[in-house]
Write a protein that binds this ligand. Structure first.
Ligand code: ADP
Ligand code: MG
Length: 237
């Protein structure tokens, strides 16, 4: 058992916000359902990464979060596992639209997130699909019609499908902006805004980014409500 302060110091975690819960310094400390813990054990992981340790308790409390950590730090499961827990508490009908929406800048990254969601969500029966450009819409629309809990999408393709009125985001209550800095660099801000307009204001919003420049701060201030901010290591601004 290590204190929250000692753990944060050792892993260069800094947090700002109100009532920030202490990090989950081990998988046992998470209290996650056994089917979820079985999957992380299966993957051979021995402990949460620092971003997971600190963002999980914040995310499962239902708070908005901005997490700033470099590539390769385990951000994907940082938001996916709390997303699965969120889903299980909702009992939404996936045929009426997804509950969890993850926006990602590229087809490649979106596909990686989808793979991780399928692998770690299987044991809790999560259904997921991935929407990206450069591929026919037909199979993607078919998945939406069949009903999915989680949609991972690039902003361009999701916006196209929204304009066709072939997806409803009215059930989304857990919204993730992954690699927010890259999405803005790639010029996706207008599409992100159009998408977020379709998501109810009563939601949890999570933003994951490798850097924290002004453009990202501005959109974070607009889309998130009183977020807890978690930084891992030194952030270049
Ligand atoms: P990021 O989004 O921060 O770039 P990823 O979520 O893609 O990082 O994770 C990077 C790699 O680390 C992936 O292969 C992932 O499966 C692995 N990983 C995630 N969590 C852990 C963990 N707790 N222990 C060990 N490896 C992990
Ligand atoms: Mg990532």
């Amino acid at each position: 058992i290590v204190s929250a302060e000692a753990y944060r110091r050792r892993h260069e975690i800094s947090v700002t916000g109100d009532n920030v819960p202490p990090p989950f310094t081990s998988f046992e400390a998470t209290g996650f359902a056994s089917e979820i813990l079985r999957e992380v054990q299966h993957a051979g992981f021995s402990a949460p990464t620092p971003i997971q340790a600190q963002s999980w308790p914040i995310a499962v409390k239902g708070l908005d979060i901005v997490a700033i950590a470099k590539t390769g730090s385990g951000k994907t499961l940082g938001y996916l596992i709390p997303g699965f827990i969120h889903l299980k508490q909702r009992h939404n009908n996936p045929k009426l639209g997804p509950t969890v929406l993850v926006l990602s800048p590229t087809r490649e990254l979106a596909t990686q997130i989808q793979d991780e969601a399928v692998k770690f969500g299987r044991s809790c029966r999560i259904s997921c699909t991935c929407l990206y450009g450069g591929a026919p819409k037909g199979p993607q629309l078919k998945d939406i019609d069949r009903g999915v809990d989680v949609v991972v999408a690039t902003p361009g393709r999701l916006n196209d499908i929204l304009e066709m009125r072939r997806i409803s985001l009215h059930q989304v209550s857990y919204l993730v902006l992954d690699e927010a800095d890259r999405m803005l660099d790639m010029g996706f801000e207008p599409q992100i805004r159009k998408i977020v307009k379709e998501v109810p204001a009563r939601r949890q919003t999570l933003m994951y980014t490798a850097t924290w420049p002004k453009e990202v701060r501005i959109i974070a201030a607009e889309l998130l409500i009183n977020p807890v901010q978690v930084n891992i290591g030194n952030v270049n601004e």
